[in-house]
Design a protein around this ligand. Structure first.
Ligand code: FAD
Ligand code: SIN
Length: 527
C-alpha cells in the first residue's frame, strides 16, 4: 500500500500545476502511465489564449468563446477563466517559461474564432515549454513524488468496500486508486485524502487523431464506472489540419498557420473556404472541418491542401520551426510545396462534470484539464482555450482539495486488488484487433458528419465489442492494453449515446437527420 495526502493522476499541465499548488500542505504522489512528459500538453503547438493587448478586452474573449460554444457554455465559468488568464500567464513566466516576444513584448497571434490577436506561444512548441517549466518545479519540490509507468485502473470508492454505489448514491467518496505498476507488473493500492483526475483526452478512440497514444479516455471511463456524472460527450473536436502522410501519424499543422494567412485549396487548386463562411480560413474549427469534409466527399479526394507559399519563408521558419521541419522530413518544403492535410480527432469538449473549482459529484475526487467538463467550451472549444482552462481550473481545484484533505483521513480499510480467477491469456491479437475495429467504427460512423443510421450502427457494433471485452477482462490478468481497450469502448459508448440523444445540430455535433440548431433552451447531455 502506498499513501499520499494528494493523489494526482496524470502529469500534463493540469496535473502538474495542481501538484505544485497543494504541495506545501501535504505529500503529493503524481502517477503517470508513461514517462512524465508524455501528455497532450507536450504536443500543444499554437499557444494559450489570453487578453494582454490594450485594445483587446475580457468581454471580447468571452464573446468569442460563447460564439464558438454555440449556446452551451456556462457564462460564469467562461468569465472567471478568461479573467484569470493574465495572472496564470505571469505565473508561468515567473517560473521561467520562455514565450516568444517581438520588440520586447509578448508576441500575440490569432487562431480561428478569435476576433483579436491574443494567443501567446513559444514558437510552435508551446506545450513543450509549459511542460518543461512545470516539471522542473515539480521535480525540485521535496513533497512531490512522481511515479512513472504507473497506470491508474480504477478509482477506489465505497464500492470496493462492498457497498452498493449507484449514480443516485448521494454521498460517494473517492479514497485513491488501484494502480498497475507496469515495471513490476503488480497492482498497488494508492490511498489519498484527495484525488485529482488529470488524465487528458480520448483522441485515440478515433482512427485518425492528433493526440499521442496516452489519450485513451481512461479518466472519463474510470469516473463513469465510479458513478460520477459525465457530460456533453458528443462534442468531439476535429482539428481541420492534420498532415496527410502515411508516416506522419496525423501530425498537427497548427491553426496559427492559418492565423498567419495560409489558404485551404482543394486538389483542383481552388480556395474553397469563402463558399462556406465569410471568415474563410479563420472560421471556428467545426465550420472549417466540415467544409473540408464536404470537399473530400464531393470530390472523392483523400485530402485538401494547405497553401503557405505566399508567406515569407523566413516568417514560416521563425514562427513554425517544428512544423516546417516535420514537413521537410517527409520531403515537403512549405515554402514551395502544397501541404496535404485532413481533419483528425483532436479534443474532447465533454468529460467528467465539474464545477469551476474542479469538484466532481464524488467527494474527494476532483478533475481538471481535458478530462473535465467545466462548461467553458460548450458545444465547441475556441482555439487555445484548453491550456488556459487546464491551468486555471487546476489552481482553483487545489484550493478546494486542500480544504477537503484538511478534514479527511486516509481510508486504510481499502482491500487489496483481487485478481483471483484470472489468468495470463497471451491473446494480445484480440486486443489489438479490437482497438483497430473500434477506431474504424468511430471514424466511419461517429465522425464530423453523423446520422441516426450511422450512430445506431456504431452503437450495435460497440456493444458487441463491449460484451466480448468485458468477458475477456473478467478472466484475464490486467494489463495496460486491455484496460485501455475497455476504457476506449466505454468512452465510445458515452460519445455515441450522447450523440443519439441530441436531436439537433449544434457546435461540433452535426447530424444530417437534424441539420438545424433547436431554437428552444439548449440542454446538456448528462450521463
Ligand atoms: P494531458 O496533457 O493530456 O495529460 C494527461 C496525463 O495523464 C498524461 O501524463 C498521461 O500519461 C496521464 N494519464 C492518462 N491516463 C492515465 C492513467 N490511466 N494512469 C496514469 N496516467 C494517465 N490546447 C491549447 O490550448 N493550445 C494549443 O496550442 C493546443 N495544441 C494542441 C496540439 C496537439 C497536437 C494536441 C494533441 C492538443 C493541443 N491542445 C492545445 C489541447 C491541449 O494540449 C490539451 O487539452 C491539454 O494539454 C490537456 O492537458 P491535461 O493536463 O488535461 O492532459
Ligand atoms: C493548434 O495549434 O492549432 C492547436 C490549438 C488548439 O488546439 O487549441
Amino acid at each position: 500500500m502506498i499513501s499520499f495526502d494528494y493523489l494526482v493522476i496524470g502529469s500534463g499541465s493540469a496535473g502538474l500545476s495542481f501538484a505544485l499548488e497543494v504541495a506545501d500542505s501535504g505529500t503529493v504522489g503524481i502517477i503517470t502511465k508513461k514517462n512524465k512528459a508524455e501528455s497532450n500538453t507536450n504536443y500543444a503547438q499554437g499557444g494559450i489564449a489570453t487578453v494582454l493587448d490594450d485594445t483587446d478586452s475580457y468581454d471580447k474573449h468571452v464573446k468569442d468563446t460563447l460564439t464558438a460554444g454555440a449556446g452551451l457554455c456556462d457564462v460564469n465559468v467562461v468569465e472567471k477563466i478568461v479573467e484569470s488568464g493574465p495572472k496564470t500567464i505571469r505565473k508561468l513566466i515567473e517560473m521561467g517559461a520562455d514565450f516568444t516576444s517581438k520588440e520586447g513584448k509578448l508576441d500575440l497571434v490569432r487562431e480561428g474564432g478569435h476576433s483579436h490577436n491574443r494567443i501567446i506561444h513559444a514558437a510552435d512548441m508551446t506545450g513543450r515549454e509549459i511542460e518543461r517549466v512545470l516539471l522542473a518545479k515539480v521535480e525540485a519540490h521535496p513533497n512531490i513524488t512522481v511515479l512513472e509507468h504507473h497506470y491508474a485502473m480504477e478509482l477506489i470508492t465505497e464500492h470496493h468496500m462492498g457497498s452498493k454505489v449507484t449514480k443516485y448514491t448521494d454521498d460517494k467518496h473517492c479514497y485513491g486508486a488501484y494502480v498497475l505498476n507496469t515495471k513490476s507488473d503488480t497492482v498497488e493500492r494508492v490511498l489519498a485524502k484527495a484525488t485529482l483526475l488529470a488524465t487528458g483526452g480520448a483522441g485515440q478512440v478515433y482512427l485518425h487523431s492528433t493526440n499521442p497514444e496516452i489519450a485513451t479516455g481512461d479518466g472519463v471511463a474510470m469516473a463513469y464506472r465510479a458513478k460520477a456524472r459525465v457530460s456533453n460527450m458528443e462534442f468531439i473536436q476535429f482539428h481541420p489540419t492534420a498532415l496527410h502522410h502515411p508516416e506522419a501519424d496525423s501530425f498537427l499543422i497548427s491553426e496559427a498557420v492559418r492565423g498567419h494567412g495560409a489558404i485551404l485549396r482543394n486538389t483542383a487548386g481552388e480556395a474553397f473556404m469563402e463558399n462556406y463562411d465569410e471568415r474563410k480560413e479563420l472560421a471556428p474549427r467545426d465550420i472549417v472541418a466540415r467544409a473540408i469534409d464536404d470537399q473530400l466527399k464531393k470530390r472523392g479526394d483523400d485530402f485538401v491542401y494547405l497553401d503557405v507559399r505566399h508567406i515569407d519563408k523566413s516568417v514560416m521558419l521563425e514562427s513554425f520551426p517544428n512544423i516546417y521541419a516535420k514537413c521537410l522530413e517527409h520531403n515537403m518544403d512549405m515554402a514551395t510545396d502544397l501541404i496535404p492535410i485532413v481533419p483528425a480527432a483532436h479534443y474532447m469538449c465533454g468529460g467528467v462534470w465539474t464545477t469551476i473549482d474542479g469538484e466532481t459529484t464524488i467527494s474527494g475526487l476532483f478533475a481538471a484539464g481535458e478530462v473535465a467538463c467545466t462548461g467553458i467550451h460548450g458545444a465547441n472549444r475556441l482555439a487555445s482555450n484548453s491550456l488556459l482552462e487546464a491551468l486555471v481550473v487546476a489552481e482553483r481545484a487545489a484550493v478546494k482539495a486542500r480544504e477537503y484533505a484538511g478534514k479527511s483521513l486516509l481510508n486504510e480499510t481499502v482491500p487489496e486488488w483481487d485478481d483471483s480467477g484470472t489468468v495470463n491469456m497471451e491473446e494480445w491479437v484480440l486486443i489489438s484487433h479490437n482497438i483497430r475495429e473500434l477506431q474504424q467504427i468511430m471514424w466511419d460512423y461517429v465522425g464530423i458528419v453523423r446520422s441516426d443510421l450511422r450512430l445506431n450502427r456504431a452503437f450495435r457494433r460497440t456493444r458487441m465489442l463491449h460484451d466480448e471485452v468485458e468477458s475477456f477482462y473478467q478472466r484475464t490478468k490486467v494489463s495496460v492494453p486491455l484496460c485501455q481497450l475497455r476504457n476506449m469502448i466505454s468512452v465510445s459508448y458515452l460519445i455515441i449515446k450522447s450523440a443519439l440523444k441530441r436531436k439537433e445540430s449544434r457546435g461540433l455535433h452535426y447530424t444530417t437527420d437534424y441539420p438545424f440548431m433547436k431554437e428552444e433552451v439548449e440542454h446538456h447531455n448528462i450521463l
